[in-house]
Design a protein around this ligand. Structure first.
Ligand code: GDP
Ligand code: MG
Length: 240
């Protein structure tokens, strides 16, 4: 069994080393864990720091293409590397690498195809009130569109079965958070949220700017929902 943990990264030299060092490498006797960094045109020492911290693979975008494009590359590279399970985790040290097994277990047990670390089911340290409201609004929108309750639709920590990685489509380069869930759940993949501990970043800065985010993300959600997708499974949407 092969697990590939990938980190989309753009100028995260201060944080990425610690995230990589915290990734558990021994999570079961028959499970190999590999670490892949998708560097999205960083202009700082992100790649050098990642290599020093023990990243096994680095995939570079020559130019900055956006987080959606980087996650798409990460999923494709996991398949190329023949991963049975892919895990994505942000490179900014906000999400707990120690909890990667918690996200993998429901997939290993055959209970889910796609898991998300949920901050709102878990513990949050330091999230500003306007970010909290934005998260609630975008999560509510996804819940309405999918007719199922979701607690945290913008998590930067997720895991995927092989088939979910092969079938996932991310229709814009700017971001992946909502359109990926809408895509996979509409195709019938089983989503499960797992409570996690979240700590807002203490280095670097968020790429999110309110108006740019709305301008890119809202039309992408509409576009995704208007596209026909082939439903692969008839599972009920969410199991807890
Ligand atoms: N590939 C890529 N990753 C980005 C970009 N901007 C930010 N990231 C990465 O995406 C993750 C989440 O970004 P962040 O700015 O922290 O978003 P937030 O957590 O929603 O505020 C981090 O690992 C960043 O390094 C980008 O332009 N391209
Ligand atoms: Mg972040």
């Amino acid at each position: 069994m092969k697990v590939v943990v990938f980190l989309p990264a753009h100028n995260e030299e201060e944080a990425i080393g610690e995230v990589i060092r915290r990734i558990p490498r021994h999570i079961g006797s028959n499970i190999e864990v590999h670490v892949l960094v998708v560097d999205d045109g960083s202009t700082d020492r992100t790649v050098d720091v990642a290599k020093q911290a023990g990243a096994d693979f680095i995939y570079r975008h020559e130019r900055n293409r956006g987080l959606g494009a980087a996650v798409r590359t990460g999923l494709q590279q996991c398949v190329e590397l023949d991963a049975d399970i892919g895990v994505m985790i942000d490179a900014d040290n906000e999400y707990p690498p120690e909890q990667i097994p918690d996200l993998i277990i429901p997939i290993l047990c055959g209970e889910a195809d796609y898991t998300m670390g949920s901050r709102f089911l878990g513990t949050i340290h330091g999230m500003k009130w306007h970010r909290r409201i934005g998260n609630y609004m975008f999560t509510l929108l996804q819940s309405i569109l999918l007719k199922t309750w979701i607690y945290d639709g913008q998590s930067g920590m997720r895991a995927f079965s092989r088939e979910a990685m092969e079938e996932a489509e991310i229709i814009h380069d700017y971001n992946y958070a909502q359109v990926l869930t809408l895509n996979l759940v509409r195709k019938g993949f089983r989503l499960k949220e797992v409570p996690i501990v979240y700590q807002v970043r203490t280095t670097g800065q968020s790429f999110i700017k309110f108006t740019a985010y709305l301008k890119h993300v809202l039309p992408a959600i509409v576009k995704e929902m208007c596209r026909p997708v082939k439903r692969k499974y008839m599972h009920s949407v969410q199991q807890r």
